[in-house]
Ligand binder design. Structure first.
Ligand code: 2AL
Length: 166
């Protein structure tokens, strides 16, 4: 975690390394780093949101590689997996029927849409995410891309707020 003042002063490479765990879309990272200095945290968050609003199917595919399935326990030591573990803390690992339902519905979703189901996990229980997964299975591909991108934006902005703390 750094202050905005520190973030403004870092080298391009250092600042990019700091933002990279927010989302696996190098163009988004690069745009935000290049737009420094920011006068305030709000300017940074607005720019981050604006840059994310241009994401489309290609960016979604790029980002998905870094997001473990809901219910899979991301075990890796890298920053992405550490964040995912925290975010998915609402999935009760001791609830075997929930784990099995998530496994089955994730598989249905992936067979239908061709990619991993993505949802902002922070603040949601496993049951809530299962319900959302089942609802979203009825989406058209275009509706689903839009929903997944909105969720990706939420995940990214929450992570960014955690990186730049003041
Ligand atoms: C995740 C994840 O790792 N963190 C989060 O909020 N959502 N994964 C997912 N498949 O939705």
């Amino acid at each position: 975690m750094v202050t905005l003042g520190q973030f403004n002063q870092l080298s391009h490479a250092e600042a990019a390394a700091l933002l990279s765990p927010c989302v696996a879309i190098p163009a988004w990272v690069s745009e935000l780093v290049s737009a420094r200095p920011y006068a305030g945290r709000q300017q940074l968050l607005e720019r981050a949101h604006q840059a994310a609003s241009r994401w489309q199917q290609a960016e979604l595919q790029q980002a998905l590689s870094a997001h473990p399935r809901i219910g899979d326990k991301p075990a890796g030591a890298d920053e992405h997996h550490a964040l995912s573990r925290q975010e998915q803390a609402g999935v009760d690992a001791a609830n075997a029927p929930l784990a099995e339902a998530l496994r089955q519905e994730n598989a249905r979703y992936e067979a239908h849409f061709g990619h991993v189901f993505l949802i902002r996990a922070r603040g949601r229980s496993g049951e809530q995410m299962l319900q959302e997964l089942r609802r979203r299975l009825h989406n058209s591909p275009a509706q689903e891309t839009a929903e997944a991108l909105a969720q990706l934006t939420e995940i990214t902005l929450i992570r960014l707020e955690g990186v730049i703390n003041a």
